[in-house]
Design a binder for this molecule. Structure first.
Ligand code: AMP
Length: 193
């Protein structure tokens, strides 16, 4: 089984391009943000607790997202690999992911990093708010906090994966979705095993 990580700040296009990669390469797309939003929509206790943090632009506890990811690894088998979107987001999650995979005799295959500037993050998220109506996209304060959270807690993963020679970056800031998609697919072609 292959384990690919789609990495990048909020609004980099991870979810958008994951859909194309999933179809083309028979992957299971696992977005922790989407899994959490499904819990919120279902009104579960986990969802109610997660919503309080998500609406402030904070991360939910590592153990919550790790439990969701591990249960998907256990239940989804009819694919060639997993495409992780929005996970891991902290060094603790990255280390725990390595341990979860090691227990299965597996490891992260490659990290595909979609890079855009903070300025473009803000413009993209505000645009998405108008289309998808996500509460955590609508407030500028929440967006700024998500950008800060990304720099403080998630960016250190770049060095973590560079040290494992698994980090591959592409500029995902082109003007059109088509151009960005073709850049991401080219990157995937160059790193897939
Ligand atoms: P996303 O859809 O990836 O932008 O995630 C939306 C929100 O869900 C994030 O701002 C976090 O509050 C929460 N979230 C998603 N993935 C994680 C994760 N791996 N660790 C902690 N919180 C997460």
């Amino acid at each position: 089984m292959r384990y690919y990580i789609l990495f990048g700040p909020p609004g980099a296009g991870k979810g958008t391009h994951a859909a194309a990669l999933r179809e083309k390469y028979n992957l299971c797309h696992l977005s922790t943000g989407e899994l959490l939003r499904a819990e919120i929509a279902a009104g579960t206790e986990l969802g109610i607790e997660a919503k309080k943090l998500i609406d402030k632009g904070c991360l939910v506890p590592d153990s919550v997202v790790e439990g969701m990811i591990e249960s998907k690894f256990n239940s989804v088998t009819d694919v060639d690999g997993f495409l992780l979107d929005g996970f891991p987001r902290t060094l603790g999650q990255a280390e725990d992911l390595d341990n979860i995979l090691a227990k299965r005799g597996e490891s992260v295959t490659a990290v595909l990093s979609l890079m855009i500037s903070d300025d473009l993050v803000k413009r993209r998220i505000l645009h998405r708010a108008a289309i998808e109506g996500r509460a955590d996209d609508a407030s500028e304060e929440t967006i700024n906090n998500r950008i800060r959270t990304y720099h403080n807690q998630t960016e250190p993963l770049i060095d973590y994966y560079k040290n494992q020679a698994k980090y591959h970056e592409v500029d995902a800031g082109a003007d059109t979705t088509e151009e960005n998609r073709s850049r991401v697919i080219n990157l995937f072609e160059s790193v897939k095993k």
